[in-house]
Design a protein around this ligand. Sequence first.
Ligand code: SF4
Length: 195
Amino acid sequence: MKVTRRNFLKLTGATAAASAFAGIGLQEQALAQESIRINYAREVPTICTFCGVGCGAIAYVQNGTVINIEGDPDNPINEGSLCSKGSSLYNIAYVYDTKGKPVPNPARLTKPLYRAPGSDRWEEKSWDWVIPEIAARIKKTRDESFVATAGGVTVNRSPGLAWIGSAFCTNEENYLFQKMCRALGIIDLDHCARL
Ligand code: SF4
């Protein structure tokens, strides 16, 4: 066939249209697969753990396993969007093996770690040991370091204690932490996102 300007345009137009339809078909297939994957999953609203913006996310849970995480469209902070860090939330718990199958992330901490004073190694401890131990140490340090007055002024402070918050907690949890710190008389408190 002789290629004229007219049939060249017709040919390239038809090719572009076919490619576009093929693309739409692939997108629809991908969406259909995605909806099947989360179809019977339980939706658990949660908060992105990576920074102080506090974007909302939905974790899809099936048989006690998180199978997908997406931005929460009902959350007024992010209205469903997640930044590149938030989009990788799923990978806190799961990574992909060489065949692209999700497997539990071996680097994820699932137990409290304790390093004794002077020790050069971490030991795994149970929550039943850790929580009363932390409470007892806070109480002891506060009792030993509490200052009720300074220069004739009531100060009620505990200079022996310091507190660092976490972006892995929600804004509301961090608010409660700082209230607890004030109640304990802690004046040195901070947060990695400065909340
Ligand atoms: S999605 Fe991004 S901006 Fe939102 S909380 Fe997570 S890290 Fe911060």
